[in-house]
Design a protein around this ligand. Structure first.
Ligand code: OAD
Length: 230
């Protein structure tokens, strides 16, 4: 089976009711990155940062995968599908995708603020992280999120996956954030690239197949195209 690699971003979860970051009215219109998504912010005002992610986690627990997540999971019948997502929600997993790599961390996990390898699953019934909640090393628990200014531990693994792609699909990402956006450079020459987004996104490659649609419709169209290409 061919390797189908998907690079997904916030846009794929928009139809599940989760706000994107850079669209009009998106999260970064309402919050400043430097107040809630950096290690400095957590040092300065940990409660504000914990509250921000507690709120987002509650949204994530309620959210259901949409037809785009489900369509990608169903493609596993015909392809080795690898999902590399910048999203911190768990909607690809809820839809049934088996190989999901989270570049920017996961809302449903917490970790030690001293040791990035000391990671815990959060219970969806009691998922808020509070000031005073401690990891086994005695440090304050923090969200398992890669903040701005931190390294992206999954990057090398993601580059290896993209390098083995026979087909690359980019869905719902503005490709504004590096190093994630640079993954497109790791795809081999000649590999077909499909871009699904209702808005124009600059991809630094030629011959992009642009499906200018929202994620659910775009994945539906992709499935038809892939079906007729077989
Ligand atoms: P952005 O908010 O930057 O981009 C969202 C993309 O989704 C845009 O290209 C939109 O046009 C598109 N979009 C909107 N609605 C859509 C829909 N219904 N279907 C398909 N596409 C739609 O989000 P990301 O590119 O994911 O990182 O942002 C990357 C990173 O920036 C995030 O992982 C996050 C953020 O800061 C961290 O917090 C570390």
């Amino acid at each position: 089976m061919k390797n189908l690699v998907v690079l997904s971003g916030a846009g794929i979860s928009a139809e599940s009711g989760i706000a994107t970051f850079r669209d009009f009215g998106g999260l970064w219109d309402k919050y400043r990155i430097e107040d809630v998504a950096t290690p400095e912010a957590f040092r300065k005002n940990p409660k504000l940062v914990l509250d921000f992610y507690n709120m987002r986690r509650r949204e994530c627990i309620k959210a259901q995968p949409n037809r785009a997540h489900i369509g990608l999971a169903e493609l596993e019948n015909d392809y080795n599908v690898f999902i590399i997502t910048q999203n911190v929600d768990d909607l690809h997993e809820k839809a049934g995708s088996k190989n999901v790599l989270h570049l920017h961390g996961e809302l449903m996990k917490a970790r030690s603020s001293m040791d990035s390898t000391l990671i815990y699953d959060l219970d969806s019934l009691n998922s808020d992280i509070q000031i005073g909640d401690q990891a086994l090393d005695g440090s304050q628990l923090r969200p398992h999120i890669v903040w701005f200014g931190e390294s992206v531990p999954m990057m090398e693994k993601a580059q290896d996956i993209v390098a083995k792609a026979d087909i690359l699909v980019i869905i719902g990402t503005s490709l504004n954030v590096y190093p994630a956006a640079g993954l497109v450079d790791n795809v081999s020459d000649g590999v077909p690239i499909y871009l699904i987004d209702p808005n124009t996104v600059f991809v630094p490659r030629s011959g992009i197949n642009f499906i200018q649609k929202i994620a659910s419709e775009g994945v539906g169209e992709l499935i038809k195209i892939l079906g007729s290409a077989r």
